[in-house]
Design a protein around this ligand. Structure first.
Ligand SMILES: [Zn+2]
Length: 181
């Protein structure tokens, strides 16, 4: 059977779904796959935040490891947490108008509207989301704490490299500064 027929059969049987509005924001070849994966898992609410863990381990104290002032849930971390708001406000240029204050759904929708069509915006958004989640996990597992100002400085370095048009360099910086942090 030739490839054309195989493709026709595949198209006939495969389950088709409408593209999600956030698809372009999260799944692009230019993005680091691990960052996209984290954004996608958060979108599906498949991350293990303390509000979920507490359901099968009621003795656990639910406290946000980033701000220490609120119970942790996906919608608190993204984007009601004061630590996260500080990072986002400092990282995204004011002219972009990206200042999510509600839960994940509202912040994701705002990112789709304001950042999705900009390559720098997509890279920076996924890098920021991943950096926040990794920092949260580092604190939970007792690893080295990175303060908001250092997280901001690392993310700004990616942003500046991208603005200078050096995408390859900025991705290298991101891998070095963020993923292995
Ligand atoms: Zn918090």
């Amino acid at each position: 059977m030739d490839r054309y027929k195989v493709k026709l059969i595949w198209e006939h049987f495969r389950h088709k779904e409408e593209d999600k509005p956030w698809f372009k924001l999260i799944w692009q070849p230019i993005l680091i796959a691990k960052n996209s994966l984290i954004s996608w898992l958060i979108t599906l609410n498949r991350i293990s935040t303390f509000d979920k863990i507490q359901k099968w381990q009621p003795e656990i104290v639910n406290r946000c490891p980033l701000c220490l002032g609120h119970e942790e849930s996906r919608d608190h971390l993204f984007f009601a947490c004061s630590f996260v708001q500080e990072v986002i406000e400092a990282v995204f240029p004011p002219s972009w108008g990206y200042l999510p204050r509600g839960g994940w759904g509202a912040g994701l929708q705002e990112a789709v509207i304001k950042l999705q069509d900009c390559c720098v915006g997509r890279v920076l958004w996924n890098a920021t989301i991943s950096a926040i989640w990794r920092e949260r996990c580092s604190r939970v597992y007792g690893k080295k704490i990175v303060e908001a100002e250092d997280l901001i400085a690392n993310l700004k370095q990616i942003m500046e490299a991208m603005m200078l048009g050096n995408l390859k360099f900025s991705l290298a910086v991101e891998k070095r500064k963020l993923w292995f942090m």
